[in-house]
Design a protein around this ligand. Sequence first.
Ligand code: NAD
Length: 335
Amino acid sequence: MKILVTGAAGFIGSHYVRTMLDGGYPGYEHTSVTVLDLLTYAGNRDNLPGHDPRLTFVQGDICDLPLLLDLLPGHDAVVHFAAESHVDRSLDSAAEFMRTNVTGTQTLLEACRLSGVSRVVHVSTDEVYGSIETGAWDEDCPLLPNSPYSASKAAGDLVARSYWRSYGLDLSITRCSNNYGPYQHVEKLIPHFTTRLLRGETVPLYGDGGNVREWLHVDDHCRAVHLVLTGGRAGEIYNVGGGNDYTNRQITDLLLELCGASPDLVRRAPDRKAHDLRYAIDDTKIREELGYAPRVPFERGLAETVEWYRLRTDRWAAAGELTVPGLALAGSGVA
Ligand code: NAD
């Protein structure tokens, strides 16, 4: 068995590949993995093992059709994580999001079709549904994205659906809530606040901090992606949630406590444009159909994540200083 994983030098894809290489997915202990990643500012080759006989790393672009047509033959499946993923960056320069998340997805799927790849999982996000005041989205809810990031992901989902409908590509889509865990880029809310608080620096909280997100440990997300890869039905969408709803203010308070930092370090930042108030996922389908259930309790997972950043200061240096164009200080990016 040979799988190609796109974007696996990033946060979630690298967790998926490390888990597979570590034997974390029963039956896949001998699977060979090819990683295709452009190594943008968000990708880091060190997120993956340096030498593993089962791992091949290729630095390249999912928009590069000749490269994909050269690379894909011989692969049984593709798991597609590669994306531009930060909402704040999308507000400042949307074009790159459309290029990678829409054109890149289409190019990858075209190459899968032409190369005879027999199974594809397209990894998407709950943000495609927009914002919801009460209740939770199921897979039939309309797509009402509000940021260029979520619009580009929604467009990618529709392209993916069309490759199933038009060409019969055996493809499923996952839509997951916010992830947290080790190896996440320090531009995102939890690592951003954690690393700043550990250094005794102020953290910028958007608006009144009342925006609600549903959090899921990256390990649970990756297990769900793998369940969909192995048991999901073609043309189907699977929501993946954690049931851990917290406002950004509550997350900030938990991080203050875990980092041993003073509440005085929190400062108000002007709210993000069109900031979605609340996300909530109904993931009954993947639970009933594929037996999915999250395993990592949020408070334990969060404490372990903070500990990882406390110990792995080398990772912050690798990420460098944050430079999100157009923002005075990188905000509490929740993507
Ligand atoms: P990330 O930004 O950490 O990683 C993205 C990776 O994609 C990077 O390694 C980058 O180098 C690579 N990449 C970007 N453009 C590329 C291109 N043109 N060709 C090849 N590689 C390219 O993102 P993440 O947080 O790991 O998210 C992975 C996927 O999961 C994304 O599709 C995202 O939309 C989705 N998702 C993320 C979350 C979350 O909370 N982070 C939640 C739900 C869904």
